[in-house]
Ligand binder design. Structure first.
Ligand code: ADP
Length: 163
């Protein structure tokens, strides 16, 4: 059987249980899932690329067919380099849809061999976002139910001196 490789791109600042739920589901469908962290965005991340990479690596360690990587430049070019035919994106609510549709259509225009696959997380994770988690952690709230333990620890460390 030929390899079926999927790329799951994003900023993962930081990785949450919502991301991990998608990764777990995808790891059962594909031979390999590459969680691909990007740095070329205007999002002013809380965690440096290397920190985000390490957190993601620890969080996915139990999935043997999941790899963490970083990339810059065009996503379709990166997908080609990794021999991946599928781009995974998560859809939580209608609010995600417009931007995701635009990206998917543009990526198809850039390389028609690559398909975007949208997945939905477990219902209790649909309201989860990295930005919300950072806000809760910054304000001293409990993020334990929403992120893996390594991320909870890293968030505590980031914000401890600001309180
Ligand atoms: P980006 O900056 O590319 O949006 P994110 O790290 O915020 O990167 O998200 C990466 C992907 O994961 C996106 O497709 C996003 O919709 C999806 N995602 C984020 N949070 C969740 C969640 N709680 N459940 C499912 N998918 C999610």
């Amino acid at each position: 059987m030929s390899e079926l490789i999927a790329i799951y791109p994003g900023s993962f600042d930081p990785i949450t249980n919502g991301h991990l739920d998608l990764i777990r589901r995808a790891s059962r469908m594909f031979t390999k899932v590459v969680v691909a962290l990007t740095d070329n965005n205007d999002k002013n991340p809380l965690f440096k690329l290397e920190e985000r990479r390490q957190l993601a690596e620890k969080a996915v360690a139990k999935h043997k067919n999941v790899e963490v990587d970083v990339f810059s430049g065009l996503l379709v070019a990166y997908a080609g380099k990794k021999k991946a035919r599928v781009l995974l994106r998560g859809l939580r609510a209608v609010s995600d849809f417009e931007y995701e549709l635009q990206m998917a259509l543009m990526n198809r225009n850039l390389d028609r061999r690559i398909e975007t696959l949208f997945m939905t997380p477990k219902d209790s994770y649909t309201y989860l976002s990295s930005s919300l988690i950072k806000e809760i952690a910054r304000l001293g709230g409990n993020v334990k139910p929403f992120v893996p333990p390594v991320v909870e620890k890293a968030l505590k460390k980031k914000f401890i001196r600001h309180r």
